[in-house]
Design a protein around this ligand. Structure first.
Ligand code: CA2
Length: 141
């Protein structure tokens, strides 16, 4: 069974508590429940990790080396700033898919660049929490 690491960046733990018009009403706990259900359905083993700290995300990506077959990552605001996360994804060379709950391309110009996305073979944007399912599907095929 393929092992997939699901990484969520800063403030994703606030899902459902603020800005429901952009990110929906469902909480981070709901997301964890969905990911567990989708993993079972798709025959994947998943581990979920959320951090508000860039270095912790870099550490987690490095530690994934040799332990995971794929990474699903929503780096949140670090998407648009973090060359460190891009470099970590490139360094481990684990196939990765980028997910965004909203569509950053239709929002402020500073959200239009994704550094992490440059190390990902697929990006899913603007599909809400279902975007994580689509990302997991890319590893089930
Ligand atoms: O659409 C996405 O998934 C984003 O990665 C979310 C980030 C944002 O900086 C990216 O441009 C796009 C922000 C995550 C913050 O999540 C919140 C959730 C609830 C309340 C406030 C923020």
């Amino acid at each position: 069974m393929k092992k997939i690491l699901v990484i969520n960046g800063p403030n994703i733990n606030m899902l459902g508590l603020r800005e429901p018009d952009i990110y929906g009403k469902e909480t981070y706990r709901d997301l964890l429940t969905y990911i567990r259900q989708w993993s079972e359905e798709l025959g994947l083993e998943t581990e979920c990790f959320q951090s508000n700290h860039e270095g912790e995300i870099v550490d987690k990506i490095q530690q994934a080396c040799g332990r995971f077959d794929g990474i699903v990552i929503n780096p949140a605001a670090y998407t648009h700033t973090s060359i460190a996360i891009l470099d970590a994804l490139k360094a481990v060379a684990i196939p990765a898919v980028e997910v965004h709950i909203s569509d950053p391309m239709t929002r402020e110009p500073f959200r239009h660049v994704s550094y992490a996305g440059m190390a990902c073979f697929k990006t899913v944007r603007g599909k809400g929490l279902l975007g994580y399912r689509e990302a997991l599907c890319a590893f089930a095929q």
